[in-house]
Design a protein around this ligand. Sequence first.
Ligand code: HEM
Length: 407
Amino acid sequence: MTTPHQDLGRDRDLTHDFDPRAPETFTSAHALYREMRSSCPVAHSTTYDGGFWALFRYDDVKRVLDGRDLFTTSVQNTVPRFAFTGRRPPLHLDPPEHTAYRRVINRFFTRDRIAALEPRVREYAVQLLRPLVEAGEGDVSVAYAQKFPAHVFAAFFNLPTDLAELIKEISAAYVAAIQIVDTDNVVRLSRRLYEIAQAVIDERRARPMDPGQDLTSALMAAEYEGEPLPPDMVLGCVRQLLVTGMVAPSVFIGNMFVHLGGDPGLAGLLRADPSRIPAAVEEFLRLYGPYRGMARTARRDVVFGGRLIKAGEPIALVYTSANRDESVFPDGETFRFDRPNLARHLAFGAGVHTCPGAPLARLMLVTTLEEALARTSAFEVSGEIKMASWAEWGTNSVPMRFTAAPR
Ligand code: HEM
């Protein structure tokens, strides 16, 4: 007698259901994902070494996030797999190992700490937006979204701004190398980021800072179950924090501008009532969440939508698609202010690996819109939008025209 799993395994067809590397426009991926949710929600792609599975529906993605005994991030936490240079907490670890790092990290994203950063975040937003608005045109991705996170990160991480800018530059090249699967450069640039992380640690050792005020120092001083955190893992954690905080905001910010540029009614409404900007940002996060290649690996054979995923096979969690799933978010392709269940969106993931940086990200995004809307009476896209590619979704270039607000 065969079990249902064996039945599925016998005629298992590892089809090529979609190509994550196909060129994209601002709307094409979401159109494809709408189609995939209805016709092929549990998809297989033969792209990248050995292929991978991709889950497009909300409930399937959530099942993985909730089933942490069955799925691990320690084999590979992204599709394609690229962490060749070492294990980096917290993303590459499962609980209980993961818990030690999150306890330290979470302390740095409390409401009070984030509120204390607000004046500096606003100052950077203004510094970068003012020249764009004064010039009347410019690329909001290149001149703003790709610079702003480095400044904020410098403030958050107690780094000199020029070092944060260098980290941003190397991270961008690193992400670009991952997108084209240029393994040599991925490894080279990752090693460079490790060197920088080590230099930050050495600097803290030479000139100690208060572990209550500085995340690197807190990781260096932390203990878990009476033991200090292993130095190579502290290094890996600093290395991971250097990159994660920069990538998502860089590809996300331009998306909000594209949307508002095409919806002057909504832009006008937010100008008239800025207290609604945080709610708008939350809906933008649902609509335009940047991650689609965060991955887990099944520890045992599992069946999703009648397809057998074998132990050891990578599964991409397509948050970008799950967030528009009509069965959870009716009229999911449309911006709406009144979604009763908006808090369920997965732009920041969910479960143990949920983004610790979400409060800082929200501050950055809300401040950006507050300042951009207050300084303009209109803006619109004025040229070709260029897109990032898998594993991120979002804009790399958004040329815009700005009309300054009357003084
Ligand atoms: C728009 C901005 C951001 C978005 C959309 C975003 C999204 C995400 C998502 C979806 C995850 C979960 C990954 C998974 O499920 O495997 C994550 C994890 C993470 N994010 Fe963010 N993020 C953003 C900004 C930030 C910032 C500003 C920081 C830090 C300064 C940060 C630090 C992290 C870290 C350390 C993790 C790993 C958490 C863990 O493994 O426990 N993120 N982020």
